[in-house]
Design a binder for this molecule. Structure first.
Ligand code: DOR
Ligand code: ZN
Length: 357
């Protein structure tokens, strides 16, 4: 279902209203406690479901823990919300084949997240040696449990801007060769190299793309001063890569789908001499994607990317509700949450063109 309204301005037809099937967010951090309470309504306002990342402290490593985290999220939802959190477990060196079987049998847990140890926020418990985890990947392949990958190498000698490409070349290509039936989501792709890899891989390999990587290159973070609210991992890349991501997202290729990687951190922990990685984008996720798709003249491709491809890949039904976006500029607030718990959103204080109504 795709509908749009239009107005005629100087003989050019400009789309000003767009109704699409309700989207899902296939990569989301909501944390726990007060931060969860501050952010969850933003996601529930737009999305039917979201894949919830397990990188809490301590990480979510068992189905039992995921179920209690799921309940905490449900309890934090605004009254009447139908939002469904889709849980994941954090893959560690201690994950058992037994736990993988439990995930395969669970209605509520949808995959394992592989963080190379040290790659990003709360990844210390991640996998230090991926080859040592191959027996676990074999079990996931056998039981058809998706593996969600943070695709960056962590060795100190590699330049931070090359970490994704090196991971794809040295690790991911091995994984997909060894386990051709394993369902893999390469999360938050940021480079032309990752896009090309996913395009040429089998239909078992897909990728999510964030709004910040579609809208910005590394200049947004580094020109005119260091802008910590654009700092996330994988880090923003050069323009050539942003363009490759936009082409992939707007291509209609079902291997690419929406995953915000919205990652709330308290403002003072980002505006810090050692600031945390993560952009908070849940406040305006669909609006940000609409802006990126409009800039590429591809609003007609937004519904597939946002509402169909991810559900199809995970073998879940597409949502039946719809959401409507209207061209109606609005200003993003400077922050969300109480003073000592302030979270600065992506594009704080700036105008966005689209608004969910
Ligand atoms: O920028 C990021 N922030 N990248 C990640 O992979 C993790 C996330 C977080 O949890 O803050
Ligand atoms: Zn993430």
């Amino acid at each position: 279902m795709l509908e749009w309204g239009s107005i005629l301005i100087e003989n050019a037809k400009i789309m000003d209203k767009l109704t699409i099937t309700q989207p899902d967010d296939w990569h989301l951090h909501v944390r726990t406690g007060k931060i969860l309470n501050t952010v969850i309504a933003h996601t529930a306002r737009q999305f039917g479901r979201a894949i919830i990342m397990p990188n809490l402290k301590p990480p979510v490593v068992t189905v039992e823990q995921a179920l209690s985290y799921r309940q905490e999220i449900l309890d934090a939802l605004p009254t009447g919300s139908n939002f469904q959190p889709l849980m994941t477990l954090y893959l560690t060196g201690n994950t058992s084949v037994e736990e993988i079987k439990k995930v395969a049998d669970s209605e509520f847990v949808h995959g394992f997240k592989l963080y190379p140890a040290g790659a990003t926020t709360n990844s210390d418990a991640g996998v230090a040696n991926i080859e040592a985890a191959y027996p676990l990947l074999a079990a996931m392949e056998k039981y058809r449990v998706p593996l969600l990958i943070h695709g960056e190498v962590t060795d100190a000698e590699h330049d931070i801007f090359d970490r994704e490409k090196i991971f794809v070349d040295s690790q991911l290509s091995q994984i997909t060769q060894q386990f051709p039936e394993l369902r893999v989501v390469l999360e938050h792709v940021t480079t032309q190299d990752a896009v090309q890899f996913v395009e040429s891989a089998s239909s078992n390999v897909a990728a999510t793309i964030t709004p910040q990587h579609l809208l910005f290159n590394r200049n947004a973070m580094l020109v005119g001063g260091i802008k910590p609210h654009f700092y996330c991992l994988p880090i923003l890349k050069r323009e050539q890569h942003r363009q490759a991501l936009v082409t992939a997202a707007t291509s209609g290729n079902p291997k690419f789908f929406l995953g915000t990687d919205s990652a709330p951190h308290l403002t003072h922990l980002k505006e810090n001499s050692c600031g945390c990685a993560g952009c908070y984008s849940a406040h305006a996720a669909v609006e940000l994607y609409a802006q990126a798709f409009e800039q590429a003249n591809a609003l007609d491709k937004l519904e597939g990317f946002a509402s169909f491809h991810g559900a199809d890949f995970y073998g879940l039904p597409r949502n039946s509700a719809t959401v409507t976006l209207q061209k109606q500029p609005w200003q993003v607030p400077a922050s969300y949450g109480e003073a000592d718990l302030s979270i600065t959103p992506l594009l704080a204080g700036e105008q966005l063109q689209w608004q969910l109504i």
